[in-house]
Design a protein around this ligand. Structure first.
Ligand SMILES: Cc1cc2nc3c(=O)[nH]c(=O)nc-3n(C[C@H](O)[C@H](O)[C@H](O)COP(=O)(O)OP(=O)(O)OC[C@H]3O[C@@H](n4cnc5c(N)ncnc54)[C@H](O)[C@@H]3O)c2cc1C
Length: 409
């Protein structure tokens, strides 16, 4: 079974890449260990994804954005950060661009469903569900994948999109930096009395953090991160006690709150592959960079990485080049590594600082919040990162900072 490209992992990153590759009239095999039924109608997994404007643009280009019902998309108009038990708030808003939100919140299973729907009808794509890649290899002329059902596939290019714990990455000899935070994120939907006004909150309380993200209606996505040894007791709390605990910790800002659905637990491990490419092989999505969710970069980076790789492949097809050659893959690695490495280390630094409850870190936490609030370029850079649709900055650069343009991603 011969293909141009084999993609292992039909998560949102693998699906997005496959959709883009199909435009180059390539024959693609997309395989996942989950059965096709689960990929057609992905179950709720508790993750609500904050998407940047660039991600919305990319999803639109793939035809997936329109497949997400408008009633399930929640615009994010303001973000506020609290530290410890202080009422002092670091706030980001859309800086007078009232019609332009900072970003959009969408449930992960709806993103997966929409992407599946744009890939499924493509006649040059074979979607193979319910199988695992039991062995992978590549040589100068082909990449091969041995499937768990005994079949063997080969292609010019193999792509690993099989989660941050990617087996394919390991089998292709790519090492990864792993940062196990020893913490767990517990996520759930909650309904509440008061409107959220499309404001997101990140509360770095001592001992645990609490994020409240505005979802459609009077509902929010709640993300609690705690040391792993405390997660069990929060998962096991009965509903009334859980509701009361969140209300108290959020100081009834949204009035009475009520769990809607179940709680999901995700161990927090951030991963950055040392390389994104090998012989006839590339990594995309979390398999390349699995971020801590606090800065909401994970899928946004997965989507932009898939876009960069797809562009490289398209160009190679146009020029009649070998799509699995080092010359085609190297620029992808260079660009995506350059974009992700500073964010990976920056995010881990933020997590390290804001989960360290000892003096002097607590003092530094407060200083960082105050400084960020009073340094317009910091806020501008963060806002720009969220709202930019790619290409050159769309906001005028702040005056008196001629060097800033070079520093911005
Ligand atoms: C609590 C939480 C909140 C988050 N919030 C945000 C956010 O606000 N913004 C944001 O941008 N990102 C966020 N993320 C990150 C985002 O969810 C991930 O970056 C994204 O889901 C990664 O997509 P992926 O396709 O790379 O991998 P995955 O979604 O992990 O999908 C991988 C696929 O590979 C398949 N697979 C695995 N192993 C094999 C194998 N051996 N053979 C075949 N198939 C295999 C799996 O079945 C799966 O379908 C969050 C994550 C969490 C946990």
């Amino acid at each position: 079974m011969q293909y141009d490209v084999i993609v292992i992992g039909a998560g949102p990153a693998g699906l997005a890449l496959t959709r883009s590759l199909a435009d180059a009239r390539l024959r693609v095999a997309l395989l996942d260990k989950q059965p096709l039924d689960a990929l057609v109608a992905p179950p709720v997994d508790g993750r609500d994804i904050a998407l940047t404007h660039l991600s919305r643009k990319l999803l639109r280009r793939l035809g997936a954005w329109e497949r997400i019902p408008a009633r399930d998309i929640s615009p994010l108009r303001e973000a506020r950060v609290l530290d410890g038990d202080s009422p002092y708030t670091l706030a980001f808003d859309n800086a007078g661009h009232a019609e332009e939100p900072l970003g959009y919140l969408v449930a992960n299973h709806l993103i997966r469903k929409a992407l599946f729907e744009v890939v499924d009808p493509l006649d040059r794509v074979d979607m193979i569900g319910g199988v695992e890649a039991s062995a992978v290899a590549s040589d100068a002329s082909r990449a091969t994948v041995q499937l768990s059902d005994g079949r063997q596939l080969s292609a010019d290019l193999l792509v690993g999109a099989d989660t941050r714990f990617s087996e394919t990455r390991r089998r292709m000899g790519i090492a990864a930096e792993m940062n196990d935070f020893g913490r767990v994120a517990i996520v759930c939907r909650m309904e509440h009395e008061q409107p959220h006004n499309n404001v997101a909150w990140e509360c770095f309380h001592y001992g645990r953090t609490l994020a409240i993200l505005p979802m459609p209606g009077n509902a929010s996505s709640v993300v609690i991160t705690v040391p792993a040894d405390r997660a069990g007791e929060i998962m096991d709390l009965d509903e009334a006690a859980f509701n009361a605990d969140i209300e108290r910790r959020f100081e009834l800002r949204l009035g009475r709150m009520c769990l809607a659905g179940q709680r999901y637990a995700y161990p927090l491990v951030a991963v950055h592959a040392k390389r994104f490419v090998a012989r006839r092989f590339a990594l995309v999505g979390d398999a390349a960079v699995g971020m801590h969710p606090v800065t909401a970069h994970g899928f946004n980076l997965g989507l932009s990485g898939a876009d960069i790789l797809a562009r490289q492949v398209h160009e190679a097809v146009r020029k009649g080049q070998d799509i699995g050659s080092a010359g085609v893959l190297a620029p992808y690695q260079e660009r995506h590594m350059g974009a992700t490495r500073p964010l990976f280390h920056g995010t881990n630094g933020v997590v390290g600082l804001f989960t360290n409850d000892r003096f002097p870190a607590t003092l530094l936490r407060k200083a960082v919040l105050h400084l960020s609030n009073h340094l317009p370029p910091v806020k501008w850079a963060i806002r720009h990162k969220l709202t930019s649709k790619g290409g050159l900055p769309e906001f005028p650069l702040p005056p008196r900072l001629p060097g800033l343009k070079r520093l911005l991603p």
